[in-house]
Write a protein of this length. Structure first.
Length: 84
């Protein structure tokens, strides 16, 4: 599986827009609830980027035939994912 760079770039641009929106909302005195919703959206976008990269890494290990490393990587990714 090859890393879908276009998808990564789209998600990163989306997160950048959401972070810029948070900055504008704070400056304009928007409600905390609306700001937190926007922060959560940016966090979710970055989480998806991390998962796409991690999935690509695990896939590359599997393709190389290194099942032990692939299983270890899956465990690390699952732990990482649960923290986000």
């Amino acid at each position: 599986m090859a890393l879908d760079l276009d998808s990564i770039h789209v998600r990163l641009a989306k997160a950048q827009g959401q972070i810029a929106a948070v900055d504008r909302m704070i400056s304009s005195g928007d409600s905390a609830e609306r700001i937190l919703v926007q922060i959560n959206a940016a966090k979710s976008a970055m989480h998806k980027v991390a998962l796409l990269i991690a999935e690509d890494y695990v896939s590359s290990l599997i393709e190389e035939g290194d099942e032990k490393k692939a299983e270890e990587a899956k465990v690390v990714i699952e732990r990482f994912s649960s923290l986000l």
